[in-house]
Design a protein around this ligand. Sequence first.
Ligand SMILES: [Zn+2]
Length: 142
Amino acid sequence: METVIHRIVCPNCGTTIAESIRHNGLRAGSTIGPSVVSCPDCGTCCCTGNSEWDEKSLFQQLWFLFNRTLWWLIGSLFVAGFAAIVTGWIVVEWRLIHPPRLNEFRVIAFVVGAALIGMLLARNTLSEIRASRQRVHDSSPP
Ligand SMILES: [Zn+2]
């Protein structure tokens, strides 16, 4: 896995405006946000490479959702997978289930874990989109 930190610096004074982390070209953070921000030091307008949800094309919106789905799959595999192994070990150790049932338990624990992560991520993504639409709404003249 290749991780690159991409910095956006002010062209006028060199102050770091924002940082984004990329894993194998995939952005870990969000691409939703104002496309232009002013430098906190000198006030120069800088392009962030981000855009508000409503400014994105349909393709960009679908790409954003696809990325989130991909992160969900990767997150589920590691986090829910690890949780399933640990809880599986605990329930057998505490004699709550018979060892032959362990794999069955692990599958259920993994599915529940993946569903929980998916729900959290979906909630997070929705509130991010709503916040972006609110910003656009607030900044447009009435
Ligand atoms: Zn500046």
